[in-house]
Design a protein around this ligand. Structure first.
Ligand code: UD2
Ligand code: MN
Length: 579
């Protein structure tokens, strides 16, 4: 098989080895077949005089957008709040309970609404090589999606994608059991051009559902979308143009937020964010690092991203297959996005976001269906791609170590076959911003007190995206990592590094209270604690010791700075597990 380096060196069309090349030539000999030919045919047509045909026609979307009345609800992507009472209010609430999206409102917003322009104005000036761009199959897997969000996704693709570039839209029904997704859906779609419906015969989960669609696809490029999306003007061309330039680039659009309650389209023409992850293997968003900004030739150039959110991306069909498509051992939801991201980078591709491609996505209020399989999926990703760094993940998520994750032999063989690089390379080269914990034996896990038995450092961040500002407390030790996971570093920091960006235990200026701040490059004085041989935890700046104290009338206790004594309440030790 062809190694990573070989894929990059060989020109397009010569990448599959000799046997495949011969097959390709045979194919070329047969007129009018295959995706490679389609590109050639277009070029050929241009040479025989068709070049004089007005080019603008090529950009016409598959379907024209029907007029939407100015006063229609949310006609331009603005927020809508219905003033409801009685039965109507009840119906709205019920729709939110069922879908975790305000479907009552979605049902009252046009399936053809216009979106506000939310891209960088420079994107309008971009020129695309329409005659030579690859074609794409848009693959949308869905499970029990509401009618209007699903149909709006389909119409939005047909009404924004140039006819010449869109081969088809493949909808994959992942064994939904809701009535509206049965007969009615099939009849409605039958009238739409280029739309195909595939039904799974059992619940496959999003990975295998997408693969069902991918295997039926006829386009050169696979473009995956979730089933509650709306495409911004000009979203498709940048993705295809980039893959045309570099076949081993996997390209994501900027994901604009569509509010689950008001259906407001909340795009932002400024610099998009890129993907990362924390050591619980949770996907995170980041600002573009300086090193990447220097690398970009303009604000509308592609931005390399360590990871992808997962749902929305375009990839050459051939390259996707070469890379081993997806891990079919992954069920339902979760983990596949990081697994694919690691694999793309480690096996020689690039993962990028294109600032000119915007697609809106409805993020539900909370998960609408059980995602209990996500843990096993993440473990599969860690086992195959993270080498010894998987231990950092297991330390922060002790449950993961016990999770049955099935057999990953084939995925490991794939990694060997493609001669993929190791995770150390990925961390150093692709994601140098991520702090790699030291996790020295005896210096990570629960930070437990000797005097107040069973009490551990505990920190509850204000929210998932902002960890700073709250007070560090003491709580019954639970041994489940997460809020009670701390790492004591050789720089004398007590790091709260389950989340990104990471927190460091600090002292509120002029007080005895421990609070969480962001860690800094050079450890500031107020974040330095020396864990001494005798177990005392000495705060360098104040020259005081951390003491466990019970809070009146509360289950909580707190660590506070006090003059150093010999008290057991000033003795601390790290414990990795409960037993
Ligand atoms: C994000 C991704 C999603 C996926 C997931 C991690 C975006 C915008 N979304 O979560 O695409 O990568 O992270 O796994 O990046 N589906 C099925 N069968 C199932 C479950 C889901 O077909 O058993 C479909 C679902 O209807 C939807 C898509 O898969 O079209 C993604 O699921 P989601 O929208 O619930 O995931 P999301 O957006 O929370
Ligand atoms: Mn989604």
């Amino acid at each position: 098989m062809w190694g990573r380096a070989a894929w990059r060196r060989c020109p397009r069309g010569l990448r599959r080895g000799r046997g495949a090349l011969l097959a390709l030539l045979a194919l070329l000999a047969l007129a009018g077949l295959g995706s490679v030919l389609r590109t050639r045919r277009r070029a050929g047509a241009a040479e025989t005089g068709l070049r004089r045909t007005p080019r603008s026609g090529r950009r016409d979307p598959v379907l024209p957008r029907p007029p939407v009345s100015e006063d229609a609800l949310g006609a331009h992507g603005e927020a809508v709040r219905l003033e409801l009472q009685g039965e109507e209010l009840r119906l709205q609430e019920e729709s939110v309970r069922l879908h975790q999206i305000n479907i009552y409102l979605s049902d009252r917003i046009s399936l053809h609404r216009r979106l506000p322009e939310r891209w960088n104005p420079l994107c309008k000036e971009k020129k695309y090589d329409y005659d030579h761009l690859p074609t794409t199959s848009v693959v949308i897997a869905f499970y029990n999606e509401a009618w209007s969000t699903l149909l709006r996704t389909v119409y939005s693709v047909l009404e924004t994608s140039p006819d010449t570039l869109l081969e088809e839209v493949i909808l994959v029904d992942d064994y939904s059991d809701r009535e509206h997704l049965k007969e009615r859906l099939a009849t409605e779609l039958a009238g739409l051009p280029k739309v195909r419906l595939i039904r799974a015969s059992k619940r496959e989960g999003l990975v295998r559902a997408r693969l069902l669609g991918a295997s039926a696809a006829k386009g050169d490029v696979l473009t995956f979308l979730d089933c509650h999306c709306e495409c911004h003007e000009g979203w498709l061309e940048p993705l295809l143009q980039r893959i045309h330039e570099k076949e081993s680039a996997v390209v994501c659009p900027v994901i604009d937020v569509i509010d689950w309650n008001t259906f407001e389209y909340l795009g932002n023409p400024g610099e998009p964010q890129i993907g990362g992850f924390d050591w619980r293997l949770v996907f995170t968003w980041h600002v573009v690092p300086k090193r990447e900004r220097i690398h970009m030739r303009s604000p509308v150039d592609v931005i390399r991203s360590p990871t992808m959110a997962g749902g929305l991306f375009a990839v050459s069909k051939r390259y996707f297959e070469y890379l081993g498509s997806y891990d079919t051992g992954m069920e339902v939801w979760g983990g596949e996005n990081l697994e694919f991201s690691f694999r793309i980078w480690q096996c020689g591709g690039t993962l990028e976001t294109h600032p000119c491609s915007h697609v809106g996505h409805v993020f539900p209020r909370q998960a609408p269906y059980s995602r209990s399989k996500a843990l096993a999926n993440s473990v599969r990703a860690a086992e195959v791609w993270m080498d010894e760094f998987k231990e950092l993940y297991y330390h922060r998520n002790p449950h993961a170590r016990l999770e049955p994750f099935g057999d990953v032999t084939e995925r490991k063989q794939l990694r060997a076959k493609l001669q993929c690089k190791d995770f150390k390379w990925f961390l150093e080269t692709v994601y140098p911003e991520l702090h790699v914990p030291e996790d020295r034996p005896g210096f990570f896990g629960m930070l437990q007190n000797k005097g107040l038995k069973d009490y551990c450092f505990d920190y509850n961040p204000p929210n998932e995206h902002q960890i700073t500002g709250h007070q560090v407390i003491l709580y019954h030790c639970h041994g489940m990592g997460q809020n009670q996971f701390f790492e004591y570093t050789s720089q004398n920091e007590i790091r709260y590094n389950t989340h990104q960006p990471e927190g460091c235990v600090s002292v509120e200026a002029g007080s005895d209270v421990l609070i969480m701040h962001l860690c800094e490059e050079a450890t500031p004085e107020d974040q330095k604690f020396i864990l001494q041989e005798d177990g005392s935890l000495f705060h360098v700046q104040s020259k005081k010791c951390v003491q466990a104290e019970r809070k009146e009338l509360s289950d909580n206790s707190v660590p506070l700075l006090r003059d150093c004594t010999n008290s057991e309440h000033q003795k601390w030790f790290f414990k990795e597990r409960m037993v």
